[in-house]
Design a binder for this molecule. Structure first.
Ligand code: BGC
Length: 751
């Protein structure tokens, strides 16, 4: 028997190697071209012992899962994260010292979504895949596509905003671009993972309709349209069961209805039960040592290690469940660099930095401008740049999405490079991030498990530094123009995790009040110099009522990546015409958002999503609530007109055509947004829902026709009782505009 097995191993081993050697066809091709031989996978499984199979189902180090050396099956190698390849970890949990792992730091996910440019989804993913491949990774843990339910979520910056259609459309390109490099994408965190507070424990109470209409569609899109090879479960529960081993989420919907044939990977330490993990669709368990002894992980003790082996051996669960998981993992391995050669990767090349620059240019959003912008550098002798964020580096912060950037151009550097010697640039910090260490003496470890009460103390760190403020006002008074750069940060240096609060993993914000006295600072700068432009960074909005009315120009820059400072300067000085559009509604206070006013956030143990499908503009527009800046909104230095709406109907398909004309005197780009409304619906439906969009670049005076295809899915809703998608016959209104509140063309169709 031994000898027979040895021969089979030898044969299979050579099969594996020959597939590597012959695998060049994978490089740069679409996933479909990476045909995987299921027969080969089955014959390999037949050779494996139960122990070897189980060894593939769990972590073997911080970012690898087990291989089978006897059969030349390597470990699978993972890396965070959504906007750049994370620090090299080696096998433990600490970044390897002295290791060259610098890489391209792209604008964060919400910046990508703000471009509304689907080509960028692909190019962004391609950069990540290429760099991950160069660093020997098989799976890149991105894109992050959780819906922005509350502006307080500490990880909103990683995700793609409040609308499921937009998030899905951007993520599909990302997935395709990444996987074309032979690296698996990993959409996360499935599903309804919309807050960081108590993330390991909360139980989301939600209707199936809200899941299917709001929280699932982006995941469905990456599966059905992006052919994604892996999905990450989330930490939270949904209606009583942990999402990572959720029978309905994984077995019924993902692997059943959507036909997903890839791998479900746990979030790090999100497996909580062996039996459920075996039965309900978890394929790989990662990270569990975090909850035990961080520095001495015992991988055999993972839920999907020895306990799983015992459960199979005792006959409690059939081995076919394990085989299915191993089959999925091997399939992913053959699709990726793990077992197929996809050619060499490249890192830190100019083309990648160019993508970072272009995404930043189109992702920055101009929200208010009374004619101050673009600044004319010939008219400025002294320019004051004020604000801590003008010089702060963001790449290596925020939690698991941190990137060891090759470089990062700050706003101050970008501005100085652009104006050159012609303009005297003076800088003042204006405010400083600080905290009182003693407030945090009892906060250690994963901050998410800390009580809300402790976090409340962070509030105390919000007041202004009068000395810095005074210095800034003096500069503002003597300058010809002022650029203030402030907003959120990823966190405080020196706090637990080196991250702290605000836009960071494991914590949510407490409210949207500007931190560190910036509100007063902006008011005083506005009073000191009428030529002041305000630039804010951050993964969401801030309260605006006290400073916006007196502010002449406001630009929201998110976290714009390694070329962000350059892109920002180009926009402020008019070398680039802004074309970013908000992927979320900017209302005044967090309490205005339906997750707070109708549902619960952050809840206590359970979180009631009582607002249902009324998330973001679906709520604000349907219920006519005041907002500062609506979903989809963003200004340009030129103007556009929409005309000639033309609908052609073919069964339940509608082709929407409209003309967009650049009526100003400079080139620019506009996003035509197509919303659908069902006025006669037999169930409650929002006043509009985004179902298509197209970005067009236009020279001055130029017109182009946009074309968007709507199909049955654009008109359907998820029936709350029948639990299936339903398209009712009747009248539908098609609305075309450039934000959810600026609809220029509407027409009805009977379908
Ligand atoms: C995060 C994931 C991340 C993983 C590995 C988890 O805590 O939620 O998004 O990919 O850690 O760093």
């Amino acid at each position: 028997m031994r000898n027979v097995l040895f021969m089979l191993v030898a044969i299979t081993g050579s099969v594996l190697f020959s597939s590597c050697d012959a695998g060049n066809e994978g490089a740069g091709t679409s996933p479909a071209a990476n045909e995987v031989s299921e027969a080969k996978i089955d014959s390999l499984i037949a050779l494996m012992t139960l122990e070897e199979k189980i060894g593939m189902l769990h972590a073997s180090s911080s970012f690898t899962s087990g291989g089978v050396p006897r059969l030349n099956i390597p470990e699978l190698v993972f890396s965070d994260g959504p906007h750049g390849v994370r620090h090299e970890h080696g096998r433990g949990w600490h970044a390897l010292e002295g290791y060259d792992d610098r890489s391209t730091y792209l604008p964060v996910g919400i910046s990508l979504a703000s471009t509304w440019n689907q080509d960028f989804g692909y190019r962004y993913g391609e950069v990540l895949g290429n760099e991950a491949k160069e660093r020997g990774k098989n799976v890149l843990l991105g894109p992050g596509i959780n819906i922005l339910r509350s502006p307080l979520n500490g990880r909103n910056f990683e995700y793609m905003g409040e609308d499921p259609f937009l998030a899905g459309a951007m993520a599909v390109g990302y997935v395709r671009g990444l996987q074309a490099q032979g690296v698996a994408a990993n959409a996360k965190h499935y599903a309804a993972n919309n807050q960081e507070t108590d993330r390991h424990n909360i139980d989301v109470q939600i209707s199936k309709r809200a899941l299917h209409e709001i929280y699932f569609p982006a995941f469905r899109a990456v599966v059905k349209d992006g052919d994604i090879w892996s999905i990450m479960g989330a930490y939270n529960k949904i209606n009583g069961q942990y999402t990572t081993h959720h029978e309905y989420l994984n077995n019924v919907v993902l692997k059943g209805e959507w036909g997903f044939d890839g791998v479900v990977i746990s979030d790090w330490a999100s497996v909580k039960d062996t039996r459920e993990a075996l039965l309900f669709g978890t394929d790989i368990e990662m990270g569990t040592e975090l909850l035990r002894d961080f520095d001495n992980p015992v991988y055999e003790e993972f839920y999907m290690a020895r306990p799983a082996l015992e459960m199979i051996e005792s006959g409690e669960i059939d081995e076919s469940y394990v085989d299915d998981k191993v089959r999925r993992i091997l399939r992913l391995m053959y699709r990726t660099t793990a077992l197929t050669d996809h050619g060499p990767g490249q890192r830190n090349v100019e083309e990648h930095q160019q993508v970072a620059l272009e995404v930043a240019r189109e992702g920055i959003v101009l929200l208010k401008n009374d004619g101050l912008l673009p600044l004319e550098k010939n008219e400025i002798r002294t320019l004051a740049v004020i604000g801590h964020n003008a010089t702060r580096l963001f790449a290596e912060r925020g939690g698991s999405s941190q990137v060891p950037a090759l470089y990062e151009i700050t706003p101050l550097e970008g501005i100085m490079n652009l104006v050159g010697d012609d303009v005297e640039v003076v800088y003042a910090e204006g405010y400083e991030p600080y905290y009182d260490e003693s407030l945090f003496s009892d906060i250690r470890g994963d901050a998410a498990s800390q009580s809300r009460e402790n976090l409340r103390d962070v509030e105390l760190a919000r007041s202004a530094n009068e000395g810095l403020m005074q210095e800034a006002i003096e500069l503002a008074e003597r300058a010809d123009a002022v650029i203030f750069v402030g907003g959120w940060i990823h966190g405080h240096e020196g706090m637990p995790w080196g991250e702290g609060t605000y836009d960071a993993e494991a914590r949510d914000k407490l409210n949207l009040k500007l931190i560190f006295g910036q509100e007063e600072l902006i008011q005083r700068i506005n009073a000191a110099n009428e030529n002041t432009a305000v630039v804010l960074m951050g993964g969401s909005n801030v309260e605006m009522e006290n400073w916006l009315p007196d502010t002449r120009a406001y630009v929201h820059a998110w976290y714009p990546g390694m070329e962000g400072g350059r892109a920002l300067a180009e926009i402020l000085f008019g070398e680039v015409n802004p074309s970013g559009k908000l992927p979320m509604t900017f209302a005044n206070s967090h309490e205005d958002y339906p997750s707070h006013s109708i549902g619960e956030f952050p809840g206590e143990g359970t979180v009631d999503y009582a607002e249902g499908i009324y998330v973001g503009y679906r709520y604000f527009d349907t219920y006519e609530r005041d907002v500062f800046f609506p979903f989809g909104f963003g200004l340009s230095y030129t103007s556009f007109e929409f005309s000639d709406l033309n609908l052609s109907v073919d069964g339940s398909k509608v082709r929407v055509r409209a003309t967009v004309t650049n009526t100003g005197d400079r080139e620019g780009a506009e996003v035509a947004q197509v919303y659908v409304h069902a006025p006669d619906a037999s169930v409650d439906r929002p006043i509009r829902e985004l179902k298509g969009f197209q970005k067009v670049h236009l020279e001055a005076g130029e017109s182009k026709t946009i074309e968007v295809e709507l199909d049955e899915s654009s008109f359907s809703y998820y029936h709350p009782e029948e639990l299936r998608w339903v398209m009712e016959s009747g009248t539908y209104q098609i609305q075309v505009g450039n934000s959810s509140r600026d609809i220029f063309l509407t027409e009805n169709v009977d379908l």
